[in-house]
Design a protein around this ligand. Structure first.
Ligand code: SAM
Ligand code: SF4
Length: 340
């Protein structure tokens, strides 16, 4: 292999990863019931977490040597990472410049949206499961809904558009809110995407039989008369529909998305690779093994060696997540420690 050559992250099923999800912390200021227990989790010790320089180096290797084109920062709650603005500035200076996105619960976005946009962030996804403050408190165990709404407004004002909202519906908890959430998104020019609840909660309480399916979500949206989206979905996880009679903030037809990770898996088109806050590469959300890049970095490996370890990790990616397989094992790390 020629030193410094760009060799993509391919697996044996012909998929090529061009989308990197970087978890910047496993900590969070909410406690969403489908993600974390009330008391929180045993957070990563500081010395195990990648430093800002280590994160930036790995993103550079991913872009320059592995062909990564999109980087999404997540967590835990990525706005809690002190070096976030600097990490984004450094990523925006790379060639070719990757598209930079962030998934956040929105708390603190009111203050940070402007600086993040200035640093080079392109877009943001904000998670919001209800428009009822009491429900929000029950669902996240914190009374912070007003902060999230202000964060959404700030994101749109700063130009982090299209602003997307991620919603997880849960049976008998917020599954009656799909139409209200869609109306809210349409009125404000946000793009709403529903995500099926996945078995990634730290408490292992997910139940296949009670989860709200993509089909049920779409049935709940029937009054909107959704139409199939003529634009191909490509490798995007969300199936999208047009909402007749509505346009988005840019004047395009309004859309709503459903990510049916469980009942309509998109593993065959997956183009993702994941880096945890402690420097482990995961080739799938549901992978049960990881590859330790932090150790390589700290053992003074050169960029070629790190890139090759990353390629090897991705080449072993399984064909699918196998949630419906009787032998399915939930990964040891919960969503908040992998990076959603
Ligand atoms: N804290 C940030 C947030 O909430 O957006 C980023 C991390 S969070 C793990 C990323 C996304 O994963 C959120 O949209 C959240 O709703 C979603 N999520 C968390 N646990 C989930 C689960 N068990 N099933 C489906 N989605 C989940
Ligand atoms: Fe925190 Fe996001 Fe998990 Fe909610 S979903 S507890 S905001 S990491």
């Amino acid at each position: 292999m020629r030193s410094g050559a760009l060799i993509p992250l391919a697996d044996r099923f012909g998929r090529v990863a061009t989308d990197l999800r970087v978890s910047l912390t496993d900590r969070c200021n909410l406690r969403c019931t489908y993600c974390m227990p009330e008391e929180g989790l045993a957070w990563l010790p500081r010395e195990q977490q990648l430093t800002d320089d280590e994160v930036i180096r790995l993103i550079r290797i991913a872009v320059e040597r592995l062909g990564i084109r999109e980087v999404r920062f997540t967590g835990g709650e990525p706005l809690l990472r002190r070096g976030l603005v600097g990490i984004i500035e450094a990523a925006a200076r790379l060639t070719p410049r990757p598209t930079l996105m962030l998934t956040t619960n929105g708390i603190g976005l009111e203050r940070l949206a402007g600086p993040l946009r200035k640093a080079g962030l392109d877009r943001v996804n904000v998670s919001l499961d209800t428009l009822d403050p009491e429900r929000f408190q029950a669902l996240t165990r914190r009374d912070r809904m007003a902060d999230v709404l202000r964060g959404l407004t700030a994101a749109a004002t700063a130009g982090l558009t299209p602003v997307k909202i991620n919603t997880v519906l849960m049976r008998d908890i917020n599954d009656d809110e799909a139409p209200a959430l869609l109306r809210f998104a349409l009125e404000n020019g946000y793009q709403l995407r529903f995500i099926e609840q996945m078995p990634l909660d730290a408490q292992h309480q997910w139940d296949r039989h009670t989860m709200v399916t993509a089909e049920e979500i779409l049935a709940g949206l029937a009054p909107f008369g959704l139409l199939p989206d003529p634009v191909s979905r490509g490798t995007a996880p969300a199936e999208t529909w047009l909402v007749p009679g509505h346009v988005d903030a840019a004047g395009n037809p309004a859309r709503v998305g459903v990510i049916g990770s469980v009942t309509r898996p998109f593993c065959g088109d997956c183009d993702r690779t994941r880096l945890t806050a402690d420097g482990q590469v995961r080739n799938c959300l549901f992978a049960t093994d990881e590859s330790d890049l932090r150790k390589l970095l700290r053992d003074d490996a050169n960029d070629d060696e790190v890139a090759e370890a990353w390629r090897v990790a991705m080449s072993g990616k399984r064909a699918g997540h196998g949630i419906d397989d009787p032998t399915f094992l939930q990964p040891a790390r919960p969503m908040s420690a992998i990076g959603g």
